[in-house]
Design a protein around this ligand. Structure first.
Ligand SMILES: [Zn+2]
Ligand SMILES: [Zn+2]
Ligand SMILES: [Zn+2]
Ligand SMILES: [Zn+2]
Ligand SMILES: [Zn+2]
Ligand SMILES: [Zn+2]
Length: 464
């Protein structure tokens, strides 16, 4: 029998339990662990024992020799873990994890005791078992590397040669975040443990990390366990964007770090190297010119700048600028409504649509090589219109009009577009080919109804 705690085994066992129970996010769901190990132990409250045996809570505490909880062997290799339901939820989580530690580490079997208590064994042995079970508990609920990763994302690192962890730098996540935080409070919230347990976790973080590296403990299988906790706007509960000083939904400036089932976030949408939304949040198209301002398939604007500083580019769902809090170009606009609506109807998986063009053209001149309306293939290099049906051979936009200083309207200059563009990338206006029903509206291609607008009810009078 050894009296010095072995901290290697509890860490290994904790990682195995996390993997076997299929834990994918912190805070750890103890119900998932209970389901996985239902043949080994069950978890019951003191109140259920009180009812079953007709005991008072005080008698229960006496019987189990603990204010918080105890693992009791019921028959060979089967256990009941009791917890005092009068304690706080966070404290109880740690108690249950600690008792699971006694069970998994085989403490009761090894020492042939029905319950771990001071009275049944020597002080040294009792302390060894307690330290091992607690090591298991903290690495189950809050594994060292995951804690370190959370702190690192917040720019928190260890003060040299001390077990103190402090904010040392700004990170992509904390940039412009005008809120105070520290290692202990972040860990408490992210892993749903008491402040006392979080304090111990921080204090023993380097010790546990050293244990991992000294024994080459493999944490690979738990690497992808993610965090549910995030920074949310305290007013509207939108998840804050990294680097944002203002909430994109309400313009608020206060954020709280927490796990919150009622919180929400905007859909994850990308921007390309030219800072255009990509794919298009309405139709899923990804092919744009570098200087396109509008999606050529559905006509949606490809950026949502703030109305104060056009250099501040926002998420397409944003109503307020993340950088200055002023309203965005989309706030209250048709674009915003369309984006909201289409994001609600789209599923994550079937996004990013490839619009296959069947129209043959010469990429040097953008001129079609076969007329898409009458199938005429005899097209002269210098011709501007199809000699059979008169269709322009380059798909131009039908520009809107502009008003001069005297109130007179003028036609704008049309822009050249690819033959399969429904809308002009420069001005957002429909193209000639779209207007002539040579191209289907994007909603029809995607097989969705676009509410209130069939997308193609243009003036049939084309001037040619
Ligand atoms: Zn114990
Ligand atoms: Zn907000
Ligand atoms: Zn689009
Ligand atoms: Zn701004
Ligand atoms: Zn033709
Ligand atoms: Zn145009």
């Amino acid at each position: 029998m050894h009296f010095f705690p072995d901290y290697r085994q509890p860490i290994i066992e904790a990682l195995i339990v996390l993997e076997d129970s299929g834990i994918t996010r912190f805070p750890v769901d103890l119900h998932a662990i209970q389901r996985q190990y239902r043949n080994l132990f069950e978890i019951r409250s003191y109140v259920s024992l009180m009812k079953e045996r007709g005991l008072t809570r005080e008698e229960c505490i006496q019987l189990l020799r603990s204010e918080d909880g105890a693992a009791v062997m019921h028959g060979y290799g089967r256990y009941v873990i009791y917890y005092n339901d009068k304690k706080s939820r966070r404290r109880t989580r740690f108690t249950i994890a600690h008792e699971i530690g006694h069970v998994i580490l085989g403490h009761l079997l090894e020492h042939e005791v029905p319950i771990i208590s001071r009275e049944g064994m020597t002080q040294r042995l009792y302390h060894r078992l307690e330290h091992e079970a607690s090591c298991f508990a903290r690495n189950l609920l809050c594994p060292a590397y995951h804690a370190e990763r959370l702190l690192d994302a917040h720019g928190i690192s260890r003060v040299a040669d001390e077990d103190v962890w402090e904010v040392a730098r700004r990170t992509a996540l904390t940039e412009n975040l005008g809120m105070r935080f520290d290692a202990q409070s972040l860990i408490e919230k992210a892993f749903d443990i008491s402040s006392a347990a979080a304090k111990t976790r921080v204090g023993l973080l380097q010790t546990d990390i050293d244990m991992y590296s000294a024994h080459h403990l493999d944490w690979e299988s738990t690497k992808d366990i993610g965090q549910s906790a995030a920074w949310y706007c305290t007013r509207c509960n939108l998840e804050r964007f990294p680097g944002a000083s203002h909430c994109s939904e309400c313009g608020g400036k206060r954020f709280a770090f927490k796990v919150d089932a009622k919180a929400f976030s905007y859909r994850k949408l990308g921007v390309n190297a030219h800072m255009q939304f990509s794919p298009c949040p309405v139709c899923g198209n990804e092919s744009y010119s570098a200087d396109a301002g509008y999606c050529r398939i559905c006509g949606t604007l490809l950026t949502n700048p703030c109305t104060e500083d056009p250099a501040h580019l926002n998420h397409p769902e944003a109503k307020h600028c993340y950088a200055c809090g002023k309203i965005t170009a989309f706030n209250g606009s048709d674009h915003h409504l369309r984006i909201k609506r289409s994001l609600e109807t789209q599923n994550e998986g079937d996004f990013s649509m490839i619009y296959e063009s069947e129209i043959a053209y010469d990429p040097k001149t953008n001129k079609v090589t076969v007329c898409p309306r009458c199938d005429n293939e005899q097209i002269n290099t210098d011709a501007a219109y199809c000699r059979i049906c008169g269709l322009p051979l380059v798909n131009k936009c039908i520009p809107g009009q502009w008003k001069d200083d005297f109130g007179n309207f003028h036609d704008s200059h049309p822009h050249e577009n690819l033959p399969d563009s429904r809308f002009c990338e420069q001005c957002g206006q429909p193209t000639v080919y779209f207007k002539h029903n040579l191209l289907k509206p994007y909603a029809q291609v995607l097989g969705i109804d676009e509410p209130g607008d069939d997308g193609n009810d243009f003036d049939p009078d084309i001037p040619f």
